[in-house]
Ligand binder design. Structure first.
Ligand code: CAA
Length: 240
């Protein structure tokens, strides 16, 4: 059966790889992006995947955005909460805006988007939600109090919503990626990143496609007994 899937942060990095993997499975996919219109245009032209622009940290924008996806494509069966930003800096140098922006975008978006689709999923007794957490939400990371707090919150959010969805055919799981070869990780200064790679037993950054294949697995129709779990994919950097 062809499913309707929504991937936030879906036109770049892990989100783009995921959107492509779900399309290859036969899903009809909507890729949500926040600001990089040029990249979204190229992504849609190259993949044929529809892209939608809204700010996932804005609750009302999520309600309106999902309504427009559903009117174009049909009811949403699968939600991948992948959108995320970094505003790295030690707490003594971090301003309030950089704390709040990361909390709102990385964690608030999971509520906003889930709230927009959950009633439909409950009504149809089927849903798959995957939230993209992080190794840094599990282990912490110097200079990432905001990001680690948001990502750690995602892991709790996942387990709580999984309990609410279980009797309704809705599974909720998290992925905890390590350092993946994306624009986000490329923004880490080389001198810092080199030291991080030294601590990855597999000896390299992960690929976005290596996360996407796990998300595809967790969102299959026959993955209904997997819920409330967190799958760590980090090259052995943190064994949780
Ligand atoms: N542990 C202990 N001390 C550390 C440290 C660490 N991990 N990292 C840096 N320090 C120390 C430095 O040695 C330095 O001390 P000295 O001055 O005594 O030498 C001091 O802290 C200041 O370090 P910086 O010069 O790096 O400070 P800065 O203010 O210029 O930059 C920073 C701070 C922005 C946090 C920078 O270190 C940085 O960008 N770190 C990378 C953070 C990171 O890993 N981000 C991940 C982004 S990707 C992502 O988040 C995806 C995902 O899910 C994995």
């Amino acid at each position: 059966m062809s499913r309707i899937s929504v991937v936030t942060g879906g036109t770049r990095g892990i989100g783009a790889a995921t959107a492509i993997a779900l399309k290859e499975r036969g899903d009809t996919v909507a890729a949500v992006f926040g600001y990089n219109e040029e990249r979204a245009k190229v992504f849609t032209a190259e993949t044929g995947i529809a892209s939608y622009k809204w700010d996932v940290s804005d609750f009302d924008a999520c309600l309106t955005g999902i309504a427009s996806v559903e009117s174009d494509l049909g009811p949403v069966d699968i939600l991948i909460n992948n959108a995320g930003i970094t505003r790295d800096g030690t707490v003594h140098k971090m301003d309030y805006e950089n704390w709040q922006a990361v909390i709102d975008t990385n964690l608030g978006s999971c509520f906003n988007m889930s709230r927009a689709v959950i009633e439909g999923m409950r009504g149809r007794k089927f849903g798959r939600i995957v939230n993209v957490g992080s190794i840094n939400g599990q282990a912490g990371q110097y200079g990432q109090v905001n990001y680690a707090a948001a990502k750690s919150g995602i892991h709790g959010f996942t387990k709580a919503l999984a309990q609410e969805g279980a009797a309704q055919g809705i599974t909720v799981n998290a992925i905890a990626p390590g350092y993946i070869d994306t624009d986000m990780v490329a923004a880490v200064p080389d001198r810092v990143l080199d030291k991080i790679i030294e601590r990855i037993p597999v000896g390299r950054l992960g690929k976005a496609s290596e996360i996407a294949r796990a998300i595809r697995f967790l969102t299959d129709d026959d993955a209904g007994f997997i819920t409330g779990s967190t799958l760590s994919i980090n090259g052995g950097q943190h064994m949780y």
